[in-house]
Design a protein around this ligand. Structure first.
Ligand code: ZN
Length: 416
């Protein structure tokens, strides 16, 4: 079984503060808390990007159809050097200002998507120094063979060179075996690359778009320098994305709620399972937030729709980026105020196969011996009974919080 990576807790989240005395310690979820400083304000600074791109310390996360380049054992991200990808990312990539890139746009030429992820400031030695910022630059590059013939050849070349070194592109449903730092780096790279791949055409006029702002925005260029087979210019229609304030396409983040629900007496937790779960696995309830809905309202709606249970107080606990493809899981704790509202009904929304109230003792035991992800087996001590998601899932952290006396001290527990 793959060991579950330790999620680091940055020092500042443990520091004493008035807020932590009132609300308790901050939870840091897997895929979050990246060591990289994104420096988003430098994404349009082409002299900086050009220097970072060619800096000897620069590290490149390579993605082939979103599968990251990894070492075989243990499976960790392998960072390529600029020299290894220069055929895909020409040296003059950031030589012209963004404005000119848009003016000179030519749809007959295609380029691999390149994203600036940021600087790892913990790797200062040998790193890039730019104004007051210092660290190792990180980029993500799409090596999927696509686009022009030239781009495809270069991509295949990069892939075969890497594979000849014993490296491979790790394709799996959810990447849970990376160290916590690498998981956060991969999450950022994957989410942005996926968004770029899905938005190659303008949602307003239907023409091709161009990645700008170091791969974090896409624009609809006004003209096209390409020529048709007859030598004619390629016309681009008027597009109001160029004239209105919202003149760019930004990456999407889809907010989702996920909640651990506690009974009125604080002694039981509501969990549900979908048909695709392995036997005995239950988890917290979850669903998408709808337009014009608060997080708290979405929590109440989802729990009522899926389980028929009516909630009172909802408290936001922590959040987790989930780059499959663009979710932000907003984790909450909630409680039922009246035992009459605890009756479960699966008749409204058929999403869950089952929902049940579990006694805290059973949940504690399952956290101890029965956790594992959808594909993995629980630990050797597991002899049957309730199974729960692994600590890398926010569901696990919410369940832990819901049984902790920190939040839900019953009278008996608080006297202890
Ligand atoms: Zn357009």
């Amino acid at each position: 079984m793959t060991p579950i990576p330790q999620i680091p807790t940055p020092a500042h989240t443990l520091a004493d503060s008035m807020l932590s005395r009132h609300f308790g310690r901050e939870t840091v979820n897997y895929f979050s808390s990246s060591p990289i400083n994104r420096l988003s304000f430098l994404r349009s600074d082409h002299p900086f990007l050009s220097t970072a791109l060619k800096h000897p310390s620069a590290r490149f996360v390579l993605l082939n159809n979103l599968a990251p380049l990894t070492t075989p054992s243990p499976v960790q991200l392998h960072y390529a050097k600029y020299d290894e990808i220069r055929r895909l990312v020409p040296q003059d990539t950031f030589d012209t200002p963004e404005e000119d890139m848009l003016k000179n746009y030519d749809s007959s030429k295609s380029h691999a998507t390149l994203i600036f992820l940021g600087l790892d400031e913990s790797r200062k030695e040998g790193g890039l120094a730019w104004k007051i910022y210092q660290g190792t630059p990180y980029f993500a590059v799409d090596v999927t063979p696509k686009g022009s013939e030239e781009q495809q050849t270069a991509a295949k070349d990069v892939i075969s060179t890497m594979e000849a070194k014993g490296l491979s592109f790790f394709q799996t449903r959810v990447h849970m075996s990376f160290s916590a730092d690498e998981a956060a780096i991969y999450a950022q790279a994957r989410a942005l690359m996926d968004w770029n791949t899905r938005n190659t055409f303008c949602g307003t006029c239907g023409c091709r778009t161009l990645a700008v702002n170091a791969g974090t925005k896409r624009a609809c260029p006004p003209t096209d320098a390409a020529r048709t087979a007859e030598g004619k210019t390629v016309e681009r229609p008027e597009c109001n994305t160029r004239t209105t304030l919202s003149n760019l396409s930004f990456p999407r983040t889809d907010p989702t709620i996920i909640v651990a629900v506690v009974s009125a007496d604080g002694k039981r937790i509501l969990l549900g399972r979908s048909k695709r779960f392995p036997p005995s696995l239950y988890s917290t309830l979850a669903g998408f937030i709808e337009p014009a809905e608060s997080v708290e309202d979405a929590v109440r709606r989802e729990v009522w729709e899926e389980a028929g249970v009516t909630l009172s107080r909802v408290v936001i606990h922590s959040s987790q980026p989930w780059p499959y493809p663009a979710n932000l899981m907003i984790g909450a704790l909630a409680q039922v105020s009246d035992p009459a509202h605890e009756t479960i009904s699966l008749l409204h929304d058929p999403e869950l196969e089952d929902a049940r109230w579990f006694e805290i003792e059973e949940v504690e035991e399952a956290l101890r011996i029965g956790t594992g992800d959808l594909g993995a087996q629980p630990g050797p001590e597991y002899k049957g009974g309730l199974r729960l998601p692994p600590p890398t899932a926010i569901a696990n952290q919410l369940i832990k919080a819901a049984i902790s006396a920190e939040y839900f001290a019953t009278e008996k527990q608080s006297k202890m």
